[in-house]
Unconditional design. Structure first.
Length: 420
């Protein structure tokens, strides 16, 4: 059976819903609204102003990504972060994020990361879920492998949790366009107004991940008379046009690869999705007359009732985020505790290959980083999604620097040196 034979978004959504229905998180089994968040956590961060290009409100990286991958989105629709923030989380992992022109500040991206960690622990502690995954039918596993990027059920749920956090942190760049004055009110407002569902249906995966890494967002809010918010009409129209263009391009590349180039479906996906990062595998394999639907938002009948995964994740994420806000204490550093490598960085060992990529957050990111390094003749020892750590064997400090530049050109952050 080939990947194309097993590709089935409806079946994949059914498998995930069946696993999550009994309780996705351990705290679901006890009836808790939030995951356990632990004791007070002190986190130090550095905030650096974003530098826009002359005559523009966008940075060089933002403008390049807009021009290459966001057609037909006009520059005026983009809101840029005002600051880039760097910190080490409670698990000892380096992180980068952004905050915007409103009053919420750096607490949102930092609390989002702590919320993600808390929910990952809660997910891992669910023995009922782990048992259901272990007993999963081989046919269902084949569907997940062919249809999803991350393939393993627990990893799919982990990435879904992180995506919810990205949506919350990214929309916080627009907090000044809403009536919500505090981080807790903002998070609950995003939930109650259905913004998480809009991201799931109107955006596409690469758009969310790449714009998040670059500290920008491409929608605007309109406030209704009842105090709730929604996307402005122009935002909805542009999102649809961007998504249609991405789907059309993915299908065109797949037709060319399997036609003129004579590749099999598996070879085409490996080349254009995995190696070159040019198309979405999910869109390329869809039938021509099918529109994409988020697996987590698709409704299935499980145990005699209608059920979808997304509301479960959003509800738990927002309430856990509110609890995290109560225990996280932030302090600002006057100097950045971590420094990106430069051509003149003083290394104790010229071929030191340990560094972190904080905004690497799914298997596709993992494949991209590995592929970039290997294309430059760098032997890769480890690319760890959990710790965000990469271990590679560089021939020289110059080789290391060139590799770092290639990773940055793909929209990722490189952190080398001490992480605390």
């Amino acid at each position: 059976m080939t990947a194309a034979d097993s590709y089935d978004r409806t079946a994949a959504a059914r498998v995930l819903a069946g696993l999550a229905h009994a309780g996705l998180f351990a705290s679901d089994l006890t009836g808790s609204d939030a995951a356990p968040v632990g004791d007070r956590t002190r986190i130090a961060y550095t905030a650096t102003p974003m530098t826009a290009e002359p005559g523009s409100h966008l940075t060089y990286s933002q403008r390049r990504y807009l021009e290459r991958f966001m057609r037909p989105c006009p520059p005026r629709m983009l809101t840029s972060a005002t600051h880039r923030v760097v910190w080490t989380d409670s698990a000892g992992v380096p992180n980068t994020g952004h905050f915007g022109p409103g009053a919420l500040g750096p607490v949102v991206p930092i609390a989002v990361r702590e919320t993600t960690l808390a929910l990952w622990r809660d997910l891992a502690a669910n023995a009922v879920l782990a048992d259901a995954v272990a007993r999963l039918d081989p046919g269902d596993r084949a569907v997940l492998a062919a249809t999803t990027t991350d393939q393993e059920p627990l990893e799919i749920f982990r990435i879904g949790v992180e995506a919810a956090g990205r949506a919350l942190a990214q929309h916080a760049l627009l907090a000044h366009q809403t009536p919500y004055a505090t981080p807790a009110a903002f998070a609950r407002g995003m939930r109650d107004c259905g913004i998480f569902s809009l991201v799931a249906t109107r955006w596409f995966w690469e758009l969310q991940a790449s714009t998040y890494r670059r500290g920008m967002i491409h929608v605007a809010f309109a406030t209704l008379p009842n105090g709730t918010v929604r996307y402005a009409a122009e935002s909805l129209d542009t999102l649809r046009a961007m998504k249609d263009a991405t789907i059309a391009e993915a299908r065109a590349v797949m037709r060319k690869a399997t036609g003129a180039e004579g590749l099999t479906v598996e070879q085409a996906v490996a080349r254009y999705h995995d190696e070159l990062d040019l198309i979405s595998k999910q869109y390329a394999l869809m039938d021509e007359d099918t529109q994409p639907r988020c697996l987590a938002q698709m409704t299935n009948v499980v145990g005699g009732e209608r059920f979808s995964v997304l509301p479960v994740v959003v509800r738990k994420y927002v309430e856990t985020f509110v609890r995290v806000l109560e225990v996280v204490e932030l302090t600002e550093r006057t100097a950045d505790p971590v420094e990106d490598a430069t051509p003149t960085d003083a290394l104790t060992d010229a071929d030191d290959g340990r560094f972190h990529v904080p905004d690497m957050n799914c298997r596709h990111c993992q494949t991209t980083i590995r592929g970039l390094l290997e294309s430059m003749g760098v032997d890769v020892v480890e690319v760890n999604l959990t710790t965000k750590r990469v271990v590679a064997e560089f021939r020289s400090a110059r080789n290391r620097q060139r590799a770092f530049e290639a990773i940055r050109d793909s929209g990722y952050t490189v952190v080398s040196g001490p992480t605390v």
